[in-house]
Design a protein around this ligand. Structure first.
Ligand SMILES: [Mn+2]
Length: 309
């Protein structure tokens, strides 16, 4: 794998569409590393407007939505499926990821489904390869770990999660900067959306399932973006009786986006794989075309009920 990196003339680093701190943080950390010895590296993300809360990540201003020509090696970060790359690329590819549903689409696949974040997979690779992690890299990797563990609240965090966090803070990661950017800065619009979604939430299956429906009218009236709705769904799992949270959101140009969260009672990735979605045991997503929201809810609720009894 190292030979492939060293011999490549132009490397493109790919974060997935609508990237989070894990995907972008991992790509930015790798960019820092490659800059030490590689003359031509491009940071690519197919989504042209990025979440400005992530602008604290190093090299954020270098990210481009224009896929370069003359690329002979691509490295993807946190992309569970080929489609998540957001680009049609057929050349050599290294795939760093931690999704259990990863399709192993790379020439090399560096995947650990037990890792809490892709940045953990990358951190462990840097350590194994005895690559020095500087302050910028540490901050970017720490952001990925913090985001994907829900600010270290995920019950699957282990001593090694905290060992990694400890090392990264020692290497220069800025805990306060990360926590403020990722968890302590909300827009007024997202606050309004949260209020409205909480009010409309339906509790099903003896209040073990929280169901949220979001349509374009709700997003327009609050001024919020679809990604703002995810935090509300995550938070619903903190309700005492709720074990599963389901979001069904209508997309602007047709189709429906589904997000499924589980406290562990069911495997979210497995359920959404039937709809060509993917993710993790506790968090998964899918984009479904050609069905109405109510058809999808009916179908998914049947599957959820089967598991819950
Ligand atoms: Mn991730």
């Amino acid at each position: 794998m190292q030979e492939l990196i060293i011999s490549a003339k132009h490397i493109v680093l790919i974060a997935h569409e609508h990237p989070d701190a894990d995907s972008l943080g991992s790509a930015c950390a790798f960019y820092s590393y490659l800059l030490r010895f590689h003359p031509k590296v491009t940071l690519f993300c197919a989504t042209p407007t990025l979440d400005q809360n992530l602008s604290f990540l190093p090299w954020f201003d270098k990210i481009t939505a224009k896929f370069p020509e003359s690329v002979d090696l691509a490295i993807s970060f946190d992309c569970g499926s080929y489609g998540r790359l957001g680009i049609d690329y057929k050349g050599a590819l290294i795939n760093f990821d931690h999704h259990i549903s990863n399709e192993n689409y790379g020439t090399y696949n560096c995947i650990n489904p037990n890792a809490m974040s892709t940045s953990q997979v990358l951190y462990e690779w840097f350590v194994a390869e005895t690559i020095k992690i500087n302050g910028k890299m540490a901050n970017a990797l720490y952001a990925g770990l913090m985001d994907d563990t829900g600010c270290f609240s995920d019950p699957q965090c282990t001593p090694s999660t905290f060992m990694m966090a400890h090392s990264l803070v020692q290497l220069g990661a800025d805990h306060t900067q990360c926590v403020n950017a990722l968890f302590n800065s909300h827009s007024l619009a997202s606050f309004r959306l949260k209020g409205e979604m909480s009010r409309r939430m339906k509790l099903l299956c003896d209040a073990r399932v929280a169901l949220f429906e979001v349509d374009q009218a709700l997003l327009e009236s609050t001024g919020a973006r679809l990604r703002d709705s995810k935090a509300v769904v995550d938070e619903a799992l903190s309700l005492k009786t709720v074990e599963v949270a389901l979001l069904v959101a209508q997309l602007k140009n047709g189709g429906v986006k589904v997000s499924l969260r589980s406290s562990g009672v069911l495997n979210a990735a497995e359920i959404l794989q039937q709809f060509e979605g993917g993710g993790h045991r506790t968090r998964a997503g899918a984009r479904i075309d050609g069905c109405t929201s109510s058809q999808i809810i009916e179908n998914l609720m049947d599957k959820i009920r089967e598991v819950l009894v």
